[in-house]
Design a protein around this ligand. Structure first.
Ligand code: SF4
Ligand code: SF4
Length: 155
């Protein structure tokens, strides 16, 4: 996977963090990139518009494809989680029903580390959820509901 697409995703994350009020230094630390690179991104330099367009296209794929492509791209799960949490287009509300048997399969399958077991029931942190539905597909008792709660696309 070409590295310029990864740079495009970091560009989009930079713009989002700037909108959230972070300084260039804070953005550089958050994304593990040089401060000069942050400055270039914020001034529209050092990156082709093609890279940015490719990155925008990736963010508009299904959440599962966006997540798995980003993981392939960065080959680093911490960076992947960071990009997903900053660049995801929608927010989600995750619910686990009483039919959960606490098998833990969903805990292992969630790449966003959004699920924990509390006793014999799974609990999902909706803030961390990127809506990929991998946990839902893996659940043997069909106990997980993932609802979209915000449809505002950023890109
Ligand atoms: S949908 Fe499930 S697997 Fe995907 S991020 Fe949300 S909790 Fe994790
Ligand atoms: S996979 Fe389903 S049954 Fe197993 S812990 Fe998760 S929600 Fe519960």
């Amino acid at each position: 996977m070409p590295s310029h697409i990864a740079s495009g995703l970091k560009y989009l994350a930079t713009i989002e963090l700037k909108k959230d009020g972070l300084s260039q230094k804070e953005i550089a630390e958050e994304l593990s990139i040089d401060r000069s690179t942050v400055s270039h991104y914020l001034h529209g330099r050092n990156l082709s518009w093609n890279s940015i367009d490719f990155a925008k296209t990736i963010t508009q794929l299904s959440p599962k494809d966006f997540l798995l492509l980003t993981q392939r791209l960065f080959k680093n799960i911490d960076e992947t989680r960071k990009i997903m949490s900053i660049c995801k287009n929608k927010d989600y509300l995750a619910e686990v029903s009483d039919s959960c048997i606490g098998c833990g399969l969903c805990v292992d399958s969630c790449l966003m580390k959004a699920i924990n077991l509390n006793g014999l029931k799974a609990e999902i942190d909706s803030i961390k959820c990127c809506g990929c539905l991998i946990c839902k597909d893996d659940c043997p008792t069909d106990s997980i509901k993932i609802l979209e709660v915000n449809n505002d696309c950023k890109y």
